[in-house]
Write a protein that binds this ligand. Structure first.
Ligand SMILES: Cc1cc2nc3c(=O)[nH]c(=O)nc-3n(C[C@H](O)[C@H](O)[C@H](O)COP(=O)(O)O)c2cc1C
Length: 217
């Protein structure tokens, strides 16, 4: 498959088949992921891959933590968000609504509890960063995330980045024995998309390119 096709086609998947993903396939995806560029080729990423019964246990623990703490998906802005961004988020949720209605589920519950359970995916991957790195190295992790989701798409697999789980980092570290000096930057749900579930038909929109560019000639 061509890269352009994959970039156009990829979307976040929010319902997965239970079918396990072969370990070799996960390794192949991560082998492609580490081709991502990084500052001074430091390759600062670390992956924690959780499958099988451990993945199920993790999902249960995070849903429990969500029910206790009630920290939900949000932009996590540190200052009031300029209107443009808020509008984009609201529009995306609005466009998702009919799919959730078709499924007869509550949108907030589906997204929050779903995120905590990696939407039922058989694989959860955490991208971690040693806490000796400055925040700037988050860029490298972000690039790796981009490579990962595209590589997975190439293998017919679906992904959903899960930022919500960072609110439950203590629980994750405790359950998975992740050392204190590693920051859990982002989680990724990975598995075969369940094409029977309406939300997987949803394709988010993008603003026109001119909204993002300022040319200086
Ligand atoms: C850093 C990051 C964090 C995200 N966190 C979540 C999340 O916690 N739950 C979720 O359902 N989707 C999450 N997403 C997926 C976004 O909602 C999705 O990428 C966006 O709506 C654009 O849709 P698309 O991926 O289908 O193109 C996250 C995406 C990124 C890049």
């Amino acid at each position: 498959m061509g890269l352009v096709k994959a970039m156009n086609e990829r979307r976040s998947i929010r319902a997965f088949r239970a079918e396990p993903v072969p370990k070799e396939t996960i390794e192949e995806i991560l082998r492609l992921t580490v081709h991502a560029p990084s500052a001074i080729n430091l390759q600062p990423w670390e992956f924690v891959v959780v499958t099988g019964e451990e993945k199920e246990r993790l999902g249960r623990r995070l849903i429990k933590a969500f029910k206790e703490k009630q920290i939900a998906c949000s932009p996590g802005n540190v200052k009031p968000l300029p209107k443009t961004y808020g509008k984009r988020g609201a529009k995306t949720l609005e466009l998702m609504k009919p799919f959730f209605e078709e499924m007869g589920v509550d949108i907030d519950r589906y997204i929050n509890e779903g995120s905590c359970n990696f939407y039922g995916a058989p694989v959860a991957i955490f991208l971690c960063l040693d806490d000796s790195f400055p925040e700037a190295r988050m860029v490298d992790i972000g690039i790796a995330l981009g490579y990962l989701v595209l590589a997975a798409h190439e293998f017919g697999l679906g992904t959903c980045p899960i930022g919500l789980i960072t609110a439950y980092e203590d629980e994750i570290k405790d359950l998975l024995n992740i050392p204190e000096n590693k920051n859990v930057v982002i989680g990724v749900a990975l598995g075969y998309p369940d094409s029977n579930i309406p939300i997987n038909r949803f394709k988010s929109q993008r603003d026109n390119l001119e909204k993002f560019i300022r040319w200086i000639d």
